[in-house]
Design a protein around this ligand. Structure first.
Ligand code: ATP
Ligand code: MG
Length: 416
């Protein structure tokens, strides 16, 4: 038997002329998230989506839909013809099994004004019939169960669940961003927040290991997999830390954290520009640690021209940890991992001078050092359980190939 899940989106419905683009993107993302389940159809009716799929796939589909940005809520529904008798019998079936001591109420939405009864008439009559047939008590303000009936253009939807989606915008509609991913708690959450606002991150990570392969099996690879939505491909650019480490041995320890972050920011800017991404994002949080004072952030950004987006800027650490638990990355983020920041000194000046940082960058030959690190970089593409790794130079080598290689061009949606 085929089941039907209705999917509602909120914010994207208000985007005027772009609305169709947003809807097409959400549909594509739903199909991609449910791709692993096999035969699934998604159609749009009256400003909502219907997902049609075999009964036994419903529990897995619900878990996936709960993570698709752009979805506000969803519910498994029964769809019946617009007749009172059909609606009543379906409602009785949907509520069968609810224990008698539980209370209920009926909630009717009636975008289809042509139905023979008003919302109130339908709710009242249906309520009376449910009381008579099932013996449940009514509680309008705090019911145990809400029986919903939505009268749409061609049918009535009858259901009793209301499952929360993550809200936000469909990933991809806001474009691409180059996201600096460390193994910490903050940057995966920041990536999630960027995705929530419709950005598709391509990750860049600076690694300490002798080569890039071990990173794929480390918590960095795991975090990239966790952040990907369903069947979507994710990309991780891996840049070695060792050339930087060798070139900066004489840097005063109190300069190290900011000068290194300035270097990461510079490499990120080069990559983002080559890939034609309009912005960089990070997990920085204002004043959480000494490297993240306003003055030090200004030092890190100086010399760059792309905006650095810091979606966690105004959060408390407790709030970030709570979000990390919600996203599901917290337990992975706290695993041991040797990150570059554990090698450079942890005690920066809280107010570095921009001239000092600029002077260090000049003296250490950051331009050449960035070129060297990028030339030694790799790019991993994660899709389902597989990972493919290529030298970054293959990807960046020919300008015309960027778009396809990095998945910048969204595949056209496949009508089903
Ligand atoms: P996080 O928990 O995200 O690591 P943090 O509080 O530890 O953040 P920092 O270590 O100062 O803060 O890092 C600030 C930001 O710099 C990170 O959120 C991330 O965006 C970026 N970053 C830090 N280390 C790396 C790295 N090895 N590779 C790529 N980006 C990094
Ligand atoms: Mg960190």
């Amino acid at each position: 038997m085929l089941s039907r899940i209705v999917v509602h989106y909120g914010e994207i419905g208000t985007k005027g002329g772009n609305r169709r683009v947003f809807e097409a993107s959400l549909r594509r993302n739903i199909l991609s998230a449910l791709g692993p389940l096999g035969e699934v159809r998604v159609k749009m009716v009256d400003n909502r989506f219907f997902v049609l799929l075999p009964d036994e796939k419903v529990p897995a589909a619900k878990l996936s839909l709960a993570k698709v940005f752009g979805i506000v809520w969803f519910a498994q529904v029964e769809a019946v013809p617009l007749s009172y008798a059909e609606i009543r019998e379906t409602a009785i079936r949907v509520l069968a099994g609810v224990p008698k001591e539980m209370s209920f109420r009926v909630s009717v939405r009636r975008p289809n004004k042509s139905f023979e009864m008003t919302s109130q008439e339908l709710a009242r009559k249906l309520g009376e019939d449910i009381i008579e047939r099932l013996g449940l008590g009514v509680n309008l303000s705090a019911p145990d169960v809400t029986l919903s009936v939505d009268l749409i253009s061609e049918e009535a939807l009858v259901y009793r669940e209301h499952l929360k989606g993550p809200g936000g915008l469909p990933v991809g509609v806001s474009g691409r961003v180059l996201h600096l991913l460390s193994g910490g708690i903050d940057s995966p959450v920041a990536a999630w927040l960027m995705m929530k606002r419709g950005c598709k991150p391509v990750y860049v990570h600076f690694y300490v290991a002798p080569g890039p392969e071990p990173i794929l099996g480390s918590k960095i690879g795991e975090l990239v997999r966790m952040l990907s939505q369903g069947g979507e491909e994710s990309r991780l650019i891996l840049i070695p830390f060792s050339p930087y480490q060798l070139a900066t041995t004489d840097l005063p320890p109190e300069f190290e954290p900011i000068v290194f972050r300035r270097f990461m920011r510079m490499v990120a800017e080069r990559l983002a520009s080559a890939l034609e991404f309009p912005a960089i994002s990070t997990g920085d949080n204002l004043a959480q640690v000494a490297s993240q004072t306003l003055q030090n952030m200004a030092c890190i950004d100086s010399g760059g021209s792309l905006p650095t987006l810091r979606p966690l800027l105004g959060y408390d650490k407790d709030e970030i940890i709570q979000l990390a638990r919600q996203v599901g990355t917290y337990e992975t983020s706290i695993l041991d991992y040797k990150d570059c920041c554990s090698i450079v000194s942890r005690h920066p000046r809280t107010r570095m001078k921009i001239e000092d940082v600029n002077e260090s960058a000049r003296r250490l030959g950051f331009d050449e050092l960035a070129t060297k690190c990028i030339s030694m970089g790799s790019m991993a593409t994660f899709k389902d359980d597989a990972v493919e790794m290529r030298p970054l130079s293959d990807v960046l080598g020919s300008r015309n190939r960027h778009a396809g290689d990095l998945g910048l061009e969204q595949p056209a949606s496949q009508p089903r």
